[in-house]
Design a protein. Structure first.
Length: 156
């Protein structure tokens, strides 16, 4: 079983490598190239550290090695987004995504939110749908921005 902890300064380089590697090896198979390029350029160690400083970033470890990460960010009153939720390619399919999302959804910002949302790659849609997320644009439809948005609403 993996362990999950909050981000610590010094994690940013390893997280940047994990994010970029997963984008290229997993997400690039089902996401528009422009989206992958934008995200790849975004997830530098400096940006990862900045995102972690402003939000709630979680780090998943197995045998003292980082194998996953995810961040919860507030996007409005009683609304939050889960961003940069990734596992190393070799960690996918072993139940670690469920463990990571249990921790992300247990974050105080998610617990207090009426709406939790995220953008998804095509290959992760089944995972999010099983967790109760739905696409507000219609079943597996991309929004006007070209992204697959998934959300979970509470309290109405």
């Amino acid at each position: 079983m993996a362990e999950i902890r909050r981000y610590l300064p010094g994690d940013e380089t390893t997280l940047s490598i994990l994010l970029r590697r997963t984008l290229l090896e997993v997400n690039a198979l089902s996401c528009p190239k422009e989206e992958i390029d934008w995200l790849y350029d975004r997830y530098t160690p400096e940006t990862v550290a900045q995102i972690a400083a402003e939000n709630h970033t979680y780090v998943m470890t197995e045998k003292n090695a980082i194998v996953g990460t995810g961040t919860v960010t507030m996007t409005g009153e009683r609304e939050c987004e889960i961003i940069a939720a990734f596992l190393l390619p070799e960690a996918i399919g072993r139940g670690l995504g469920t463990q990571l999302f249990d921790a992300l959804e247990a974050d105080e910002w998610c617990r207090e939110a009426d709406r939790v949302w995220l953008t998804s790659s095509v290959n992760a849609l089944d995972f999010y749908e099983k967790r109760g997320y739905v696409n507000p644009n219609g079943y597996r439809a991309r929004g006007d921005d070209g992204l697959l948005t998934m959300e979970k609403r509470k309290n109405g």
